[in-house]
Design a protein around this ligand. Sequence first.
Ligand code: CU
Length: 121
Amino acid sequence: MASAAMTTAAITIAAVTIFPGPAQAHAILEDSSPKAGGSVHAGTIDLQFRYNSRVDQGRSRLVLIRPDHKQTPVPIAPGSPPDIIRSHLDLKPGAYVIRWQVLAVDGHITRGDVPFTVTGP
Ligand SMILES: [Cu+2]
């Protein structure tokens, strides 16, 4: 069990090294586009998820759940501010969910679902 404790300590130190600065909480979703429960018009849809703290964009994930429940990974666009995850999708009308998972500055992973509706023209 000593080695497990040492591994945990090593991971904690690594997280602090990667994200210098004051201690911060894990990432909580503060705003999104589309909004949870909102609706958008069919076509190219800009996705944006803003958190209360910086997130590691390279270790965060977005998955689109389609109306037929098929899941598709969504590439995260590079170059966003450090507390924001962005992408875009071309979607037909229907009920969708974006399932997000982000790694925050404190080394904790949080997840959530943003359901939304795409409406016809
Ligand atoms: Cu945390």
